[in-house]
Ligand binder design. Structure first.
Ligand code: LHQ
Length: 261
């Protein structure tokens, strides 16, 4: 059984983490396959949006703790190697992907699993799902971007509480705190996630890529730098076919047909 499932339909590349009996915990094979899937998403023009979710009752329980390299009693090992080889490149790849990533958090998202969800561009979660910065329970600090995303999304006080106490945060609180876009009834999650991903897959893909670039650069930029960046990116957007189509459609009072070019 492959540890991820990948399918392309209607411009949406669906990626399902698929180790349900391990709550979709990451192992090296899953990392390799995810890398290939995100490279496909980047390189194939037919992919206009990505939908990431988990099989079974969990979204992802983070690093597989039964893997030899973190087993109790094993010789101390350098966790930076795993992080540098797998998790950091994954987060960078997701953020740099010039296409939108929708995450459907179908159940618990723990450890690196929580932060990989937060690395997605639009996060929907089932009401029964939860977010758990499990790291301090096992003597670690949040990784996979957690110490970057959490304070920026929720503020330092909430980030600190989540990281120190490692309590489960419900999907509804995650929505209320601004960590995610929306909490939805469990029965509606996949339908709504597919509908949102479908809308994005029919949208102006180039503009979406530029929106990601601008918003993710914002946290580290001054207003001056951000204004300059907006000017430069808008120049690029203005040269796109989709911008021409958007304006023509508006003038002709019809729905635009974007091609992602
Ligand atoms: C698991 C796991 C798991 C293996 C559930 N591994 N089997 C980066 C770089 C290098 C090293 C270290 O880490 C990192 C980043 C990280 O992600 S560190 C954080 C790692 N993740 C965790 O600490 C979370 C561990 N899991 C849990 O706390 C619970 O399983 C949660 C809260 C996610 C779910 O709880 P329950 O719903 O009560 O399920 P459960 O605990 O009974 O788990 C079900 C099965 O899944 C069970 O196996 P079993 O054979 O007994 O049915 C678990 O052992 C297995 N499982 N997480 N991360």
């Amino acid at each position: 059984m492959s540890s991820i499932l990948v399918s392309l339909d209607g411009g949406i590349l669906s990626i399902t983490l698929n180790r349900p009996d391990k709550l979709n915990a990451f192992n090296p094979e899953m990392h390799q396959l995810l890398k290939a899937a995100f490279e496909r998403a980047r390189d194939e023009p037919a992919v206009r949006a990505v939908l990431l979710t988990g099989a079974g009752r969990a979204f992802c329980a983070g690093q597989d703790l039964s893997e030899r390299n973190v087993a109790p009693g094993a010789a101390p090992i350098d966790l930076a190697v795993t992080i540098g080889s797998y998790y950091n490149p994954l987060v960078r790849r997701m953020r740099a992907l010039p296409k939108p990533i929708v995450c459907a958090v179908n159940g618990v998202a723990a450890g690196a699993g929580a932060n990989i969800a937060l690395a997605c561009d639009l996060v929907l979660a089932a009401r029964s799902a939860s977010f758990l910065q499990a790291f301090s329970r096992i003597g670690l600090l949040p990784d996979s971007g957690g110490t970057y995303f959490l304070p920026r999304l929720a503020g330092t006080a909430r980030a600190m509480g989540l990281a120190l106490l490692a309590d489960k945060l419900s999907a509804e609180d995650a929505e209320r705190w601004g960590l995610i876009w929306k909490a939805l009834d469990d029965a509606q999650l996949m339908q709504e996630a597919l509908s949102v991903a479908g809308t994005l897959a029919e949208g102006p893909t180039k503009a979406y890529g530029l929106i990601k670039k601008a918003l993710y650069a914002s946290a580290g930029n001054s207003l001056d730098a951000q204004l300059d960046l907006e000017r430069d990116l808008q120049r690029e957007a203005g040269y796109s076919e989709d911008y021409r189509e958007g304006v023509s459609a508006f003038m002709q009072k019809r729905k635009p047909v974007f091609k992602g070019k």
